[in-house]
Write a protein that binds this ligand. Structure first.
Ligand code: APR
Length: 474
């Protein structure tokens, strides 16, 4: 049974006094003057304990343990807060706040213990909120409970860089999940950052910039993709220090697999073995005809892409000419041409073998992930916003005892990493390699290893990592 640890607190003349933490069931006292319900302060520990209890017990046990016999909407709201959530509905939020006061604001300074609060209750425990608000609160509590049950809990004793480097040294089966952030230092934009690819194509006036990678739209009108394809065409034979950090893990026999969402194929240039790599969203490495599925090496259509031409399948070309006799001989992409043929404009068009929205991921992803999540002993997510399923679901599929690390410029708030190393991934990789006394097999390593980094803890398990400014030459 979870009991709150007693917390010591020194009062104003410095003597230590034991301050009982929350005990359960938590009975909310009422402020004698305002009649408002008194909400005790809820700490991160309280939230962690409540979430742990919910995950380790069934729902009935959870509710019976935390709720008193008589409850009302205020208690439902208390449970939502205890699980670390809040209500979003403004009207409901206002209604709650007009009936709640916090310990700090209460008109008397006496610490209300659970027993005392019971005495304070006058008669029946009425519900200060209307039924419509009570219904919304019950729905919100259900959502909060489902969210806790579907997300992992952070490991209680894994939250420093030293924990990470110690685990790295012993790890043998590291699952590395990467996104566009690992290539931005090479000048390749990511997708969702303010300077990302989706903001660059805002001028196209698409309802959703992701439509350029939408399969249905491609089949209707391949020009939507081929008008921008040159912007995502990967550079050849270059890779970042982060790519080489992954190669280093492979050379040390520590890499189980690198699941990359990137289509730039740079992992291969960095020397990551094909059997250690899963390109979850395919890549430009090959291209296929959407009609007859004939496949060719991707670079064969790069010139078409650069010249804004529709790459056409030679085997379907004649048929396509019958369907679209009017289209230009050189197949220049006709934006919004008035094709009134029932045949799709993508007939006989070659498409890079990258996974579009609405398209199944390569079968290799589904085959390997099931085994890898059970085998991995460390999960490191690098340079990704984890916004796109099913790859983003990996963090919820890995067993709860496996440490999870985020190396990213921005926080990913919808996942529960044990350690968040926020900064440029090349910097974080250099810092970690230096702490492990390892060398990253990249041409920049001789310079990178001379750089020192500032590591600022901004919350338990979250660090901001930045290069130290260069010392001025004397
Ligand atoms: N170092 C660390 N993190 C970085 C860096 C960097 N140098 N540059 C960018 N980032 C971070 C950003 O903060 C962001 O959180 O990388 C993340 C990139 O997120 P997205 O742009 O959403 O890219 P990604 O997560 O790879 O997108 C997934 O979405 O559009 C689809 O199929 C596309 O594979 C892509 C998928």
């Amino acid at each position: 049974m979870l009991k709150r640890p007693q917390e010591e607190e020194s009062d104003n003349n410095g003597t230590k006094k034991l301050k009982a933490r929350l005990t359960y069931p938590c009975i909310l006292g009422k402020d004698k003057v305002t009649g408002k319900f008194i909400f005790p302060a809820i700490t991160k520990d309280d939230v962690m304990n409540a979430r742990l209890f919910l995950k380790n017990n069934d729902l009935k046990t959870f509710l019976e343990y935390f709720l008193p016999v008589e409850v009302n909407s205020i208690y439902i709201y208390f449970m939502i807060k205890l699980l670390g959530f809040d209500v979003k509905d403004k009207e409901l939020f206002m209604a709650l706040n007009s009936n709640i006061t916090s310990n700090k604001e209460r008109s008397t300074s006496i610490e209300v213990s659970a027993v005392q609060a019971k005495v304070e209750h006058e008669g029946e425990l009425t519900d200060p909120l209307e039924k419509k608000h009570a219904v919304k609160l019950i729905k919100d509590l259900q959502k909060a409970i489902n969210k806790v049950l579907s997300t992992r809990l952070r490991l209680p004793n894994f939250n420093t860089i030293d924990h990470f480097t110690a685990t790295l040294r012993n790890a043998k089966k590291i699952l590395v999940l990467t996104g566009a952030g690992v290539s931005t230092s090479l000048g390749i934009p990511d997708f969702r950052s303010s300077e990302g690819f989706y903001s660059k194509i805002r001028h196209l006036g698409l309802e959703d910039p992701q439509d350029v990678f939408n399969l249905d739209i491609f089949l209707q009108d391949p020009s939507v993709f081929y008008n921008i394809a040159h912007m995502v065409l990967p550079p050849e034979n270059m890779y970042s220090p982060l790519h080489s950090f992954i190669k280093m893990l492979q050379d040390k026999g520590k890499l189980l697999r690198n699941y990359t969402q990137n289509i730039d194929n740079l992992e291969s240039y960095a020397g990551i073995d094909p059997d250690k790599l899963v390109q979850c969203h395919g890549s430009f490495a090959t291209a296929s005809c959407v009609t007859c599925h004939w496949q060719i090496p991707g670079e064969k259509i790069f010139d078409n892409i650069r010249n804004l031409e529709l790459p056409l399948c030679p085997y379907c070309y004649q048929k396509r000419k019958q369907y679209f006799p009017m289209s230009n001989a050189n197949n220049t992409i006709q934006t919004n041409a008035n094709f009134n043929s029932p045949i799709l404009k993508s007939y006989g068009v070659l498409k890079p073998d990258m996974t579009f929205f609405g398209e199944a991921l390569p079968s290799r992803f589904h085959k390997t992930i099931r085994k890898d999540i059970l085998e991995c002993d460390l999960l490191i997510c690098i340079g990704t916003s984890l916004k796109v399923a099913p790859v983003s679901e990996i963090v919820n599929m890995v067993p709860s005892h496996v440490p999870q690390i985020l190396i990213n410029r921005d926080m990913v708030t919808h996942a529960e990493f044990d350690l968040n190393l926020l900064g440029f991934c090349d910097d974080v990789a250099s810092l970690v390699a230096k702490k492990c006394h390892w060398d990253i097999p990249h041409k920049k390593w001789q310079d990178l290893k001379k750089i020192d980094y500032n590591c600022t803890e901004i919350d338990i398990g979250t660090y901001k990592i930045k290069k130290q400014p260069r010392k001025k030459q004397q």
